[in-house]
Design a binder for this molecule. Structure first.
Ligand code: 8YV
Length: 326
């Protein structure tokens, strides 16, 4: 490109990121900072070289096919790209990039805090206290379950899954994982992780299940009623990946019936809506998609977006290009 690129950003980003972008590109921002409608997305994608969406923008095949001829890069602000139709983008010659790596630690920290707070009933305790219903310490009040010595089963052992494993080991959990591909022996040994070729077999054996895989056609409703039934009645489910990995209605039913002991969720099937059956359950910790919500993380995500755009503009393959068969 021998001119400044037109870069359209769907949401407000950290100030320093916006400032740098404005120095480098012709930037258009959504000043309202509300999730965009399909019509607004279509209008923005009609007249730009680069579009920067976030997880709140559903970039489906119709939007991609209708995009202006100028659109050559979708530089996602975020790692998960389940909201972008990758094959439609590839068919139209539009490259897609994401921001892997820089939010691994923050997300793994959040997973770990759910692993610690659900079995220990922290949320229930805080609610009781704030409601003025705490009547004082008793030997048997609000007892939870010990973390140390339990078995953690990680579904999806990529960057985040491995970062969760490293933290969990320090808390005395034994590490089990299911992944499409077995990790190299050296990595398995370093994490003292046991591979399960079958997710079903692993679900039957572990005490805590953490979902850390991307949402794809294969992983949608991975935790359906049948797989939830395989979990042990004392087991907990943690999901800070994508809501669609879990059939929420089936989860609420399993929790209400006591077929599993509790759940910690950071993501939902229909964000920002919370499944009404989950809201009333005491044995769940519910967070509003906070996995990467740190100042440092969001700044680094913005820097990655900028690097991807600049490398692409220079005519090279951007460092974080996502492949359609991902
Ligand atoms: C981001 C996330 O905040 O990166 C991801 O995949 O889920 C979040 O941590 C979000 O995607 C921003 O678009």
């Amino acid at each position: 490109y021998d001119r400044r690129l037109r870069v359209t950003v769907s949401r407000r980003l950290p100030q320093a990121v916006e400032t740098r972008m404005a120095e480098l590109f012709d930037v258009e921002l959504n000043f309202a900072d509300t999730a965009l409608s399909r019509e607004q997305l279509a209008a923005l994608m009609a007249d730009t070289d680069v579009f920067v969406p976030t997880v709140t923008d559903e970039i489906d095949s119709t939007l991609i096919e209708g995009a202006g001829e100028g659109l050559k890069l979708i530089a996602n602000f975020g790692t998960g790209v389940d909201h972008i139709d990758l094959s439609a983008a590839r068919a139209k010659g539009i490259a897609v990039t994401n921001t892997p790596g820089v939010l691994t630690d923050d997300t793994a920290d959040l997973v770990m805090s759910l692993i610690l707070s659900v079995p220990r009933r922290l949320s229930e305790g805080e609610k009781l206290l704030r409601a003025g219903q705490w009547t004082g310490w008793t030997p048997t009040g609000l007892l939870g379950h010990r973390i140390t010595g339990k078995r953690l089963g990680i579904v999806g052992m990529g960057r985040i899954g491995q970062a969760v494993a490293a933290r969990a080991r320090a808390f005395g959990l034994s590490i089990h994982y299911h992944n499409r591909h077995r990790l190299p022996k050296v990595v398995e040994t370093a994490l003292e992780a046991t591979w399960w070729p079958s997710v079903e077999a692993m679900l039957e054996r572990v005490d805590i299940v953490s979902l850390n895989c991307p949402e794809t056609a294969e992983t949608r409703h991975l935790m359906n009623a049948a797989r939830l039934k395989l979990m042990q009645p004392h087991a907990y489910l943690i999901n800070a990946a994508r809501g669609a990995l879990v059939d929420e209605a089936a989860l609420a039913e399993a929790l209400a019936a006591g077929r599993i002991a509790g759940a910690g969720l950071d993501v939902y099937e229909e964000e920002p809506a919370l499944h009404p059956a989950l809201a009333g359950l005491p044995n769940v910790v519910l967070l509003p998609h906070l996995g990467s919500a740190t100042f440092e993380g969001r700044q680094a995500m913005g820097e990655k977006v900028i690097t991807n755009i600049r490398v692409f503009a220079d005519g090279h393959r951007p460092p974080d290009q996502v492949l359609a068969d991902f």
